[in-house]
Design a protein around this ligand. Structure first.
Ligand code: FAD
Length: 459
């Protein structure tokens, strides 16, 4: 019989297994208010306990305890879920941020890494050996979340998604068991976790492939935004060799010190990029982007790869956003962006454009649970705001602009989704992917213990 969910008041930290090694933080503990927070605002939830797991055994005990007591279970690595899945009202949070060990085999170009480490910390550690795994654009994002969602980042065209470099994973499954999965061992589970997020268990360690990359040509290039520059950027980034991956944000220029004052308040394209290869070839690859308009700021230069993570990150506020995959951006779409950006009253609003292709596209759609391999462009419309009372306004703006842009676009990337209904989650898993995920979910988590995520209901 399924256990009845306990009320928050029913469960106390005293009921946690005494052999727990990691720190346990309950409502009466001094660090509780900090421990229950996640990165984005708007999730003022009060878990019964936050457990900073020290290892897989801790995780296993908490998973079993949550299952046996019918407690809501939240799993957090870096805490960047825009849906606030890293905290819980009355449930129990497994916080993996204490689990950050990295064990590098430089000769084999692989690393075993605990999932609570951040992208920047992991990259700094592997870079000491001149080796990296491609991750996203924010150094503070957790390896756990980004790898299980996919990982569209600085090496996406050269080496594919982060999860394309996943060689094996250790997971605590819903029965509390510790499983090692790879192409050879429990291959269905390995297929499902590559894109299926935390639906199948708590990942405690990953084995990731490393690439020999030390120096790159990379950094930030800011251009004035016109329809021609925006569509030209997409075309040039697509025509560039796959050694170059770019992330472009069309936005209204904030008063940044390195942007000329006359551009403040005007539309700009803020792009970040990485070229993997000799500097002269990198300069040549980037030249067509620089030629689109007189740059407002050009900080693209030869650098060490981990320098990509050295800049400040914007403070996360309340966020509205929607994302989808497409094959092109038509001039009318670029015009819609420029018309609608000034209409938003959000403190920060942007349309992010990521040109795909290259190594990402060479993996077959059915090889992993990420089945958008053939799409050429990923777009994310986002608005950040400080007043929660404005939620509807900003969500309506995001939906309106996304509607104008998504002609021919479809699907979505769970890594960028906030709270999403079943239809939205389903759209992220097109074709036979959804049914296969549901079947694997039935085998590994029939009671849907792992449901604080973009949930795949068991079939
Ligand atoms: C500023 C910013 C920049 C970003 N840039 C990029 C980018 O460039 N490319 C990209 O692909 N994504 C990007 N993302 C999205 C990011 O990859 C996802 O939000 C990711 O899920 C965050 O992982 P986390 O561990 O930090 O978050 P968490 O909130 O800890 O986890 C996110 C989800 O994954 C689950 N989860 C986390 N760890 C585990 C685990 N070990 N085992 C099982 N389930 C787990 C959680 O339960 C939750 O459902 C960005 C997000 C932000 C906020």
């Amino acid at each position: 019989m399924e256990a009845m969910p306990q009320e928050f008041s029913d469960f106390s930290v005293a009921e946690l297994p005494s052999e727990q090694e990691g720190e346990v933080i309950g409502p009466d503990d001094p660090g509780y208010d900090e421990a229950r927070q996640v990165v984005f605002k708007g999730f003022d939830r009060r878990p019964a306990a936050v457990v900073r797991a020290a290892g897989a055994e801790d995780v296993s005990r908490i998973v079993s305890l949550a299952r046996e007591n019918g407690l809501e279970l939240s799993v957090r690595s870096g805490g960047h879920s825009r849906a606030g899945y890293g905290t819980s009202e009355g449930g129990i949070v497994i916080d993996l941020s204490g689990m950050r060990a990295v064990d590098i085999d430089a000769d084999a170009k692989t690393a075993w890494v605990e999932t609570g480490i951040t992208a920047a910390e992991y990259t700094n550690a592997t870079s000491e050996h001149g080796l990296v795994t491609g991750l996203g654009d924010a150094g503070s994002v957790g390896i756990g979340g980004i790898t299980l969602a996919g990982g569209i980042g600085f090496l996406v065209r050269k080496h594919g998604l982060t999860m394309d470099d996943l060689l094996a994973a250790e997971l605590v499954t819903a029965d509390g068991g510790l499983v090692r999965t790879s192409e050879e061992s429990e291959p269905d589970l390995f297929w499902a976790i590559r894109g299926g997020e935390g639906n199948f268990g708590v990942a405690t360690r990953f084995q990731l492939r490393l690439h020999a990359i030390s120096e790159i040509v990379g950094g930030m290039l800011i251009l004035p935004a016109t329809p021609e520059v925006i569509t030209g950027f997409v075309e040039a980034a697509e025509a560039a060799p796959e050694e170059l991956s770019t992330i472009a944000n069309v936005m209204i220029a904030p008063p940044m010190p390195f942007v000329p004052e006359e551009a403040h308040g005007k539309p700009i394209v803020v792009s970040q990029m990485a070229y993997v290869g000799p500097p002269d070839q990198g300069e040549a690859a980037i030249a067509p982007l620089r030629a689109l308009a007189e740059p407002l700021a050009d900080m693209v230069r030869p650098m060490r790869y981990p320098e990509l993570y050295e800049g400040p990150e914007p403070e996360a506020q309340f966020a509205a956003g929607t994302n989808f995959f497409a094959d092109s951006l038509e001039p009318a779409g670029a015009e819609a962006i420029l018309e609608q950006l000034p209409l938003s009253t959000a403190m920060m609003k942007a349309v992010q454009l990521r040109v795909l292709g290259g190594a990402l596209a060479r993996v077959p759609d059915d090889a992993t649970a990420f089945a958008h391999r053939g799409r050429r462009l990923f777009m994310n419309v986002a608005a950040m705001y400080a007043d929660p009372g404005e939620k509807e306004t900003h969500e309506a703006w995001v939906a309106g602009l996304a509607g104008d842009l998504s002609d021919g676009g479809s699907g979505g990337y769970v890594g960028f989704h906030g709270e999403a209904d079943e239809a939205t989650v389903r759209a992220a898993y097109p074709g036979p992917t959804w049914d296969r995920l549901r079947e694997i979910k039935r085998r590994y988590d029939p009671d849907n213990l792992f449901r604080l995520n973009h949930n795949i209901p068991p079939s």
